[in-house]
Design a protein around this ligand. Structure first.
Ligand SMILES: Cc1cc2nc3c(=O)[nH]c(=O)nc-3n(C[C@H](O)[C@H](O)[C@H](O)COP(=O)(O)O)c2cc1C
Length: 279
């Protein structure tokens, strides 16, 4: 591991898991959407439905409520077989491979009961944590895991309810411990699940709590049906002085199979050269 700036990131690098469950594809239909509503999220607002219609397929996911944000969202459609559960946002940022770039990988993930193939499964390791582990296996980086000062419930439904409350009140849930010193990093990889068609509000706590100006920020998410859900654009809005690059969205259920797409993304971002990806 590269010696980066001091802080929790370095100390936590060894906590990143390296593997996760492998499961198959799922067909996302309006039947799923109906189920989604019974899973704890409020019925989608008119705007959410409009957005789903514009996307041409179900863009609404487990625990979704209305998405208050306007603007173009991801073009990839969850459930489209051509997407293979993984998508990179259309926005591309030309980045040249820079082997000397100092990289910080930041992620939030929640183990416990979660959505899984239309049902529920207890995850020992959260999907985003699995993806973070796959990244840190491939890229020389320091790792910082965002942990909530008030941890989210193990159970799915109360987590959905708390998240809806936090979204509706535009909350900034406190992060446990100190934030990392990001000053010495050139590139910050920023990962989370999709919660109610957005990043969990604790990601806002993070991006507002550290100074990411002048840095390259690369978002990645895991999701059930929503894909990137415009989260990359949300970071662009929140971080006008950062260079927010193309994001990566991986279906949570297939995260362990996403190595090839992950390597394509990391290569396009200049964090992995093609020889390393082939090894
Ligand atoms: C509170 C909550 C809300 C969710 N909302 C969505 C959603 O809107 N769209 C979606 O595709 N998946 C949604 N999911 C599913 C997660 O995004 C998905 O399972 C993800 O891989 C979980 O990552 P994690 O295990 O790292 O937390 C939600 C899950 C939870 C717990």
């Amino acid at each position: 591991m590269r010696g980066g700036p001091d802080g929790r990131g370095t100390a936590r690098a060894s906590h990143v898991p390296r593997c996760g469950p492998t499961v198959g594809e799922v067909d996302i239909t309006h039947a799923n959407l109906a189920e989604v509503r019974t899973m704890g999220g409020p019925a989608p607002s008119r705007r959410t439905l409009l957005r789903a219609a514009l996307a041409g397929a179900a863009t609404i996911a487990a625990g979704c409520a209305g998405d208050p944000r306007p603007g173009p969202r991801t073009t990839a459609v969850p459930g489209d077989p051509s997407q293979d559960g993984t998508q990179q946002s259309e926005e591309t940022t030309e980045m040249t491979a820079d082997p000397t770039a100092s990289v910080l990988l930041v992620y939030f993930s929640r183990a416990g009961e979660n959505y899984h193939e239309g049902g529920r499964r207890d995850l020992e390791v959260g999907n985003t944590a699995v993806l973070a582990g796959m990244i840190s296996d491939r890229v020389d980086c320091d790792v910082y895991e965002i942990e909530a000062a008030d941890p989210y419930p193990e159970a799915y439904d109360p987590t959905v309810e708390r998240n809806v409350r936090e979204q509706e009140s535009d909350a900034r849930p406190a992060i446990a411990g100190d934030l990392p010193d990001v000053a010495g990093y050139d590139v910050v990889l920023l990962g989370s699940p999709v919660w109610n068609v957005r990043a969990p509000m604790i990601m806002s706590t993070f991006v507002e709590g550290v100074d990411l100006r002048g840095k390259s920020v690369l978002p990645f998410v895991t999701y059930a049906v929503s894909g990137m859900a415009g989260i990359d654009d949300d970071y662009r809005d929140a971080l006008p002085d950062s260079d927010v690059g193309a994001g990566l969205a991986v279906r949570g259920e297939t995260v362990a199979d996403a190595g090839a797409e992950l390597e394509d993304w990391l290569t396009a971002a200049g964090l992995l050269d093609e020889r390393e990806a082939d090894e």
